[in-house]
Design a protein around this ligand. Structure first.
Ligand code: HEC
Ligand code: HEC
Length: 395
């Protein structure tokens, strides 16, 4: 609010200073003149992060756009106005302290998946909302949306309309948001006029989620020469990045690929009996037999915070995941050729090696990120909770 008032003051000053011909009457009397001057900014450059982003020219990041997007991200009134139907915001499922995944204690978590507004469950377990601005390949577990034909703006709209998530209608969402007094001025600051549209809602939310950059883990500090890894963590790092070790790096990156995913879509050797019967796998997108049971490789950043794991949320702990890769890898005809140890049933780690690998994975936790106040709920807690019961608005 303080910022907005300052912006108004600035608008008046610039009219006084810049163009006396406009007259001074607009300042000090009646409704102050507002100028559309979004403060554009670029994502902070990180030396070892990719330079390519999916930020479109027509939706550059601005302080005002991000601020609006943050309110919308946390606003349960996106789903409804009154108590009975006002239960969900993006943040009900995407929780900051879980790297914008659900967390195991989330009341909406049902058998590894999430329960949307109509009580239906989502097709898959959750994905975290981190470093999305750098994803220039596939979105979603099955990659059904592919950059650049689809971008985050499209994904936000799809989420708002999806029957298993918000099950919303574009027109009613727009009407609801436009009727909340705080919003039209925020749209004016972000987009130049008070008009609320579905496109603008999606653009603002996309701006906010593009600012969710996670790159301050202990491993990042190690890469920057600011921290040392312990002997155990270092040994885990070596295991992670060697073929004769745990052999994770081909798919999940490492020092040369700091997003900790290649975004490839493939089969990593889960039990086909249970992993190949999902109607929304990669096969549902391409129709190719070789894609049955294939999923996008998830990032391992903040993996400590994002249980449950895998597309169906089958594992609750990293120990279970490590055991899976160590001794429970299943052969299937189209398993990724990068699963080099499939004939041995996995990479066969000793208990000691498992502990080191886990210690390394824990160095990917970014505590600064999950506590960053810029990403938290901007509403005063007792006005609009991020989930739960909404306060009916007055009109
Ligand atoms: C009911 C829980 C739920 C709600 C509410 C929800 N999401 Fe999601 N979100 C998910 C699930 C589950 C996935 C994984 C979908 C998949 O690929 O099958 C996901 C995936 C995503 C992705 C893709 C991430 C990637 O790496 O490809 C984005 C972006 C996203 N959500 C943004 C949002 C936004 C923005 C909102 C609010 C408008 C929102 N979500 C609300 C459950 C939810
Ligand atoms: C051949 C490529 C490949 C290799 C090698 C590989 N993974 Fe994966 N990983 C994947 C894919 C694909 C998924 C998603 C599979 C699914 O959900 O069905 C995945 C999922 C995961 C997940 C769950 C992430 C989440 O958010 O749910 C973790 C943790 C993980 N891998 C860790 C590792 C570790 C540790 C290693 C080395 C021991 C490794 N992976 C080796 C491809 C690979």
């Amino acid at each position: 609010m303080e910022k907005r008032r300052n912006l108004w003051r600035y608008a008046c000053l610039s009219i006084v200073g810049g163009s006396l011909a406009l007259g001074l009457s607009s300042c000090g009397q009646g409704k102050p003149e507002r100028v559309f001057e979004p403060s554009y900014f670029d994502l902070e450059e990180r030396e070892y992060f990719p330079t390519r982003t999916n930020i479109p020219d027509n939706n550059r990041l601005s302080t005002q756009g991000v601020a609006l997007g943050r309110y919308l991200f946390y606003d349960i009134r996106l789903t409804g106005r009154y108590q009975a139907d006002s239960m969900l915001s993006c943040a009900s499922c995407h929780v900051q302290e879980h790297s914008f995944e659900s967390g195991l204690d989330n009341p909406l978590l049902v058998d590894g998946k999430m329960q949307g507004i109509r009580g239906m469950t989502t097709a898959h377990a959750m994905l975290p909302l981190i470093n999305l601005a750098y994803n220039t390949r596939y979105f979603g577990w099955n990659g059904s949306r592919e950059y650049p034909s689809a971008n985050l703006e499209d994904l936000v709209k799809a989420t708002l309309l999806d029957s298993t998530e918000f099950a919303g209608h574009a027109d009613s969402i727009v009407k609801r948001i436009a009727a909340i007094p705080m919003y039209p001025p925020l749209f004016e600051d972000a987009f130049g006029s008070e008009t609320v549209t579905f496109d603008r809602i999606a653009s603002a939310i996309a701006q906010f989620i593009r600012t969710l950059v996670s790159g301050d883990s202990k491993f990042d500090r190690y890469l920057r020469g600011e921290a040392q890894l312990t002997a155990e963590e270092l040994r885990g790092y070596v295991l992670f990045t060697t073929e004769e070790g745990a052999d994770c790096f081909h798919c999940h990156g490492g020092s040369g690929n700091v997003l900790f995913t290649t975004y490839d879509i493939l089969i990593n050797g889960l039990d086909p009996e249970t992993a190949f019967n999902d109607p929304y796998d990669r096969f549902s997108v391409t129709g190719a037999t070789s894609d049955r049971g294939a999923y996008r490789v998830p990032s391992l950043r903040n993996i400590e915070y994002t249980a449950p794991y895998m597309h169906d949320g089958r594992f609750s702990t990293l120990d279970e995941v490590i055991d899976q890769y160590s001794e429970n890898v299943y052969y299937s005809p189209y398993i990724s050729p990068l699963m080099h140890h499939v004939n041995d049933g996995g990479v066969q780690l000793t208990p000691d090696e498992k502990a080191c690998l886990k210690a390394f994975l824990l160095t990917l936790s970014d505590e600064e990120f999950i506590r960053n106040p810029n990403f938290s709920n901007p509403f005063v807690q007792d006005t609009i909770p991020a989930s739960g019961t909404a306060v009916p608005e007055q009109e």
